[in-house]
Design a protein around this ligand. Structure first.
Ligand SMILES: Nc1ncnc2c1ncn2[C@@H]1O[C@H](COP(=O)(O)OP(=O)(O)OP(=O)(O)O)[C@@H](O)[C@H]1O
Ligand SMILES: [Mg+2]
Length: 453
């Protein structure tokens, strides 16, 4: 493979600036900050673990592996490798039409990064060269046009058997373009929607602030996959449960469009004015620091607390607060039957001068489906003799809480979620079998937590 070159830019509150240069070979990825970026000390760098102030002009070298040929932060900008990923389907279709299509494997991933690596989640953009960057930033968000709920877009999203090269696919690129991409299992798009109480299902390109005088806000739009019927209703319920507990939860809207159930969650990596805030997943931070970490479940829950503590040595974060909150989210994930709280479902928001835990996202109770029926995506130590409640309190200690404090959180959360199984059972939009399975699994867990050891 020949060496590949690219440039990394950062969106700031005032203007985009060039952050650094990227070189990738089949063995390693090298990155270095530009001198002009180093002068802007307030702007977050490539990773919280690579603060420009500490790193300066030294090149950062990431050893390439099959799973992570590039730094995790950059991998997050490439559409995920699952069949449901809309961007991946469309863009690999486009690449295949080139006179010299890239070979499968890293060449394809790299070309995808060049096509989709900007205007995504967070403040980092990747381009082939500075010209491409300047051209991109010089173009206003695609047509201030609104895409109504009767548009071709929805037909396209509904039609699982479409051809990548279809006109509708190209329409999607044209209408919601430029090239946002979001990872994960559930098909989703980054768009903007009218900022109103009720959503009529109309969308516009991401970054559009107003259409015909109606203010718009940026959202992550999740489209219900028939394999996971009811997931949008369940995720919305769990967002509510987290909000009731006083956690920071983004606004969200549900709509049924042309028979598709859709959940739109307001983006917290954008300010009201549409400025980008840096966002980095726990996975990116954890795997940047430790090369042996490869997947989003390569950590024990108990290790998260120390990760945050270590991070607080190089960035400004209220570690005690962040640690206690991650513990609460972990317990709440157990009590809602989430089973999917992995390192990509927790993130940090903000730059090195002011980092905090990102608000709650992706709290979908995946245990409703047999193939995801896992107590916890991240392992933790269960003392079989002393029981689950005892073990959870011990986990709390790894987040800096006292055993008593952790037990109190657990008991409060138990009380608060007492009616949760009934609320699940009452969700009309979820198939009965799915509701019953989730409610039963949560009740079994509650019984275990109540059992005296
Ligand atoms: N409200 C939000 N604001 C900013 N970024 C978000 C928001 N919600 C999700 N994201 C980003 O989008 C990514 C994918 O979203 P999400 O985790 O909700 O779905 P998913 O990963 O496809 O679901 P699953 O984990 O079930 O596969 C997240 O990892 C996060 O980076
Ligand atoms: Mg997720």
């Amino acid at each position: 493979m020949t060496d590949r070159y690219a440039v990394v830019w950062a969106r700031t509150a005032t203007e985009p600036i060039k952050m650094g240069h990227l070189v990738a070979t089949d063995r390693e990825m090298r990155f270095s900050y530009t001198p002009e970026f180093l002068e802007r000390q307030e702007v977050a760098g490539l990773s919280l673990l690579l603060p420009p102030t500490l790193w300066q002009t030294r090149p950062f070298i990431h050893q390439a592996t099959e799973i992570l040929p590039l730094l995790p932060r950059l991998m997050a900008l490439i559409p995920g490798k699952n069949v449901n990923n809309i961007q991946r389907r469309i863009y690999t279709g486009l690449l295949a039409k080139r006179p010299h299509p890239p070979a499968p494997g890293f060449e394809t991933e790299w070309e995808l990064l060049m096509l989709t690596g900007h205007n995504g989640i967070g403040h980092i953009d990747v381009f082939q060269d500075d010209r491409a960057a300047l051209e991109f930033y010089g173009t206003k968000p695609e047509s201030r046009k609104r895409i109504g709920s009767r548009s071709e877009l929805w037909h396209f999203l509904k039609d699982q058997t479409h051809q990548e090269s279809s006109n509708e696919a190209l329409d999607i690129l044209r209408l919601i373009g430029p090239t946002p991409s979001v990872g994960g299992q559930i098909p989703k798009l980054l768009v903007s929607i009218p900022d109103k109480n009720k959503w009529d299902g109309s969308v516009a390109a991401p970054g559009v602030r107003q259409v015909d005088g109606v203010p718009h806000t940026d959202v992550v739009m999740k489209i219900e996959d028939p394999q996971y019927q009811g997931i949008t209703a369940l995720e919305a319920l769990c967002l509510e449960v987290h909000r009731e507990w006083g956690l920071e939860v983004p606004r969200h809207w549900r709509a049924s469009i042309d028979g598709l159930s859709v959940l739109a969650v307001e983006r917290f990596d954008r300010t009201k004015d549409g400025n980008a805030l840096p966002m980095e997943s726990f996975f990116s931070v954890y795997a940047t620091g430790q090369q042996q970490v490869r997947t989003t479940t390569d950590a024990e829950v108990e290790q998260l607390g120390s990760m945050i503590l270590k991070l607080s040595e190089i960035v400004d974060i209220d570690a005690a607060q962040a640690r206690a909150e991650v513990y609460r989210r972990f317990v709440l994930a157990l009590l809602t039957g989430n089973g999917d709280l992995h390192l990509e479902n927790l993130a940090f928001l903000g730059g090195p001068k002011n980092v905090r835990l990102a608000p709650v996202f992706d709290p979908a109770p995946m245990r409703a489906w047999d193939r995801h029926d896992l107590l916890s995506a991240l392992p933790f130590y269960i003392d079989a003799k002393r029981g689950l409640a005892y073990s959870l309190a011990r986990v709390g200690e790894s987040f800096g809480l006292t055993n008593h404090g952790a037990m109190e959180i657990l008991q409060n959360l138990m009380k608060m979620t007492k009616a949760y199984p009934e609320r699940v059972l009452a969700l009309k939009d979820v198939p009965e079998d799915t509701r019953k399975k989730l409610a039963a699994r949560v009740k079994t867990l509650r019984a275990k937590l109540n059992a005296k050891s």
